[in-house]
Design a protein. Structure first.
Length: 572
């Protein structure tokens, strides 16, 4: 009995032509070998199972193979002494790198190049990276390094700058499915196309994972046939039909059927979180199918594409967008919800009534924007005409408004449509009285513009200091005590402040000062401003401790003798 070899090893590519889904890299490497443009170091980075180590081995063999060698002869060549593979996850110390550097000094026994493949290179320590720098940058002419990693961001920049970097892509679902079909044909296994696409989707872009899943499904099948039902059962994937049936129930606003379908899904052991994620993806696929140019974005089998295309015709884009938004919010808040089943059920109930909500919103918007009918327009025009005619015929009403009076009576909707002239007259009378009062107030204010002298200003300022306008605000009191008002124009006053710190409090206190001075000087046209300037009245500002003591000692000389007896000194 022969030992079983997993498909990932058995069907590992031996040439660049058989590498799946990395044409942008294999073409570049082949051209580099043919044109003799090989770098001294390569860095292969990308997700797991996409062919990094495989391409490194193929490149190592290709550069040591003489040109014009037949393909059947290449397999017979032995390059074991030319290719060295190192696992950096378990050999990540400085000593391991030093040992590697010592090996590089010796030329190859056969072939042209010695190739060193270092897998999981991001696992090297910083000291090991630094020990490797010089050799990596200037190796012998016969040495080539190929570094492979799944986490490029963990490789230090000095290593990256010395390597030619190749980024491997995730392999598409279609490429994986086609490769699985080729493997199945070679193994004599029949497989449903839909089942292979499910395996490819589950692999998430990794061909090695897809081949491992393929082996598992084949082992479960006793008749060498992979069917759709067996695949979804083994991979624990929710069937497409559940999403199609659930979407039909949501479009019909049948919330009972939607809840029963969800209960059936939970009873089969599926997770509610994965269900809502799959439902959002289903809505996305339906939206994609609404335009024939985007159907190619679906990574499903052809028969499933047809189902999506049929159902997309019954679902509007507004429904799908709203349902996706509800499902996305359910996905975001699922893990923090205390009752996760109710959380999903609530989202399904909202989706059930999306069409109804959209219809109500549309009707309300149309009702707001709908113009008056022709009959209503005609009736309104007749009412306005009749009211205006009655106002013209009412002579006392017209005579009561002087020609010079700028009053304009606003014709509100109630005024235009009413026929009661007495109400109109009373309203006009009230409007006139209000305007007259405003004119009187304005006239009084214009009369308060008396000129004032510096002496009058100082007396008003002294009264301001004695008043309680400042209240208990310490900074406002300092402004009144130390501030020096000065007449700067016919109606302008400038207050000289002795400190920049008082500038902001003055701006806050300015309305109260303005009101007080306007009343005292009988001038409502005052313009009040401030500036920082030294004192002009011979005032001595007190800042230091020594100045404060001298100020207090002038008022109470006994403090001088008290200080000497106690031996107090001033703080500098």
């Amino acid at each position: 009995m022969e030992n079983f070899v997993v498909s990932a090893r058995k069907y590992r590519p031996h040439s660049f032509e058989t590498v799946v889904g990395q044409e942008h890299i294999t073409t570049t490497l082949k051209n580099a070998v043919e044109n003799n443009h090989l770098a001294q170091a390569f860095l292969f980075c990308g997700p797991r199972g996409v062919g990094k180590t495989t391409c490194a081995r193929i490149l190592a063999k290709l550069i040591n193979t003489p040109k014009d060698t037949p393909a059947e002869e290449v397999e017979k060549l032995n390059f074991d002494y030319n290719i060295y593979e190192l696992d950096a996850a378990s050999n990540n110390s400085v000593d391991d790198i030093r040992s590697l550097v010592d090996q590089v000094r010796y030329a190859p026994q056969s072939g042209k190049y010695k190739v060193y493949i270092i897998d999981e290179v991001h696992m090297l320590s910083n000291a090991a990276f630094n020990a490797f720098l010089k050799t990596l940058e200037e190796p012998p002419s016969y040495a080539i390094f190929i570094l492979a990693t799944t986490e490029k961001h963990k490789v230090i920049p000095t290593i990256l700058s010395r390597c030619q970097i190749f980024d491997f892509n995730r392999i598409s679902v279609q490429d994986i499915a086609q490769h699985l079909a080729t493997v199945a044909e070679k193994e004599g296994i029949t497989a449903d196309e839909q089942a292979l696409y499910l395996i490819a989707q589950k692999a998430d872009g990794a061909l090695r994972d897809a081949l491992s899943l393929f082996d598992m499904i084949v082992t479960f099948s006793t008749d060498n046939h992979i069917d759709y039902n067996t695949t979804i059962s083994n991979l624990h994937i929710l069937d497409y039909d559940y999403y199609f049936k659930l979407t039909d129930a949501l479009l019909e606003e049948n919330h009972a059927a939607a809840l029963l379908i969800f209960d059936d899904i939970l009873s089969k052991g599926f997770d509610g979180h994965n269900f809502i994620i799959g439902l959002c993806e289903h809505f996305r696929n339906l939206l994609v199918c609404k335009d024939t140019s985007t159907i190619s974005l679906l990574e499903v089998a052809e028969n499933v594409k047809e189902k999506y295309h049929v159902q997309s015709k019954t679902a509007t884009a507004s429904f799908l967008l709203t349902a996706m938004n509800i499902g996305n919010q359910c996905d975001l808040n699922y893990k923090t919800s205390k009752n996760q089943r109710f959380h999903v059920e609530l989202a399904l109930l909202k989706m059930c009534h999306v069409n109804n909500a959209i219809q109500l919103a549309t009707d309300g918007e149309l009702k707001k924007k709908s113009p008056l009918s022709t009959e209503k327009k005609a009736q309104a025009k007749e009412d306005i005409t009749e009211t205006v005619q009655q106002e013209k015929e009412e002579k006392p009403l017209v005579k009561s408004i002087p020609k010079t009076n700028p009053i304009k009576v606003p014709l509100t909707k109630t005024t235009r449509l009413t026929t009661d002239i007495n109400k109109v007259r009373e309203q006009l009378k009230k409007e006139k009285e209000v305007v007259t009062q405003q004119e009187v107030v304005t006239t009084d204010r214009l009369e308060r513009a008396q000129a004032f002298s510096q002496e009058q200003l100082e007396k008003a300022w002294e009264k301001l200091q004695e008043s309680d306008v400042a209240g208990n605000h310490h900074r406002y009191k300092i402004i009144l005590e130390d501030g020096e008002p000065e007449v700067a124009g016919k109606h302008s006053i400038v207050v000289n402040l002795h400190n920049q710190i008082l500038k902001e409090p003055f701006d806050n206190f300015k309305p109260a000062i303005f009101k007080f001075l306007a009343n005292e000087l009988s001038n409502d046209r005052l313009h009040l401003d401030s500036r920082v300037a030294p004192p002009k009245k011979g005032k001595k500002l007190i800042y230091t401790s020594h100045e404060k003591f001298e100020y207090l000692a002038e008022k109470n000389p006994a403090l001088v003798s008290l200080r000497k007896k106690l031996g107090f000194e001033f703080d500098e």
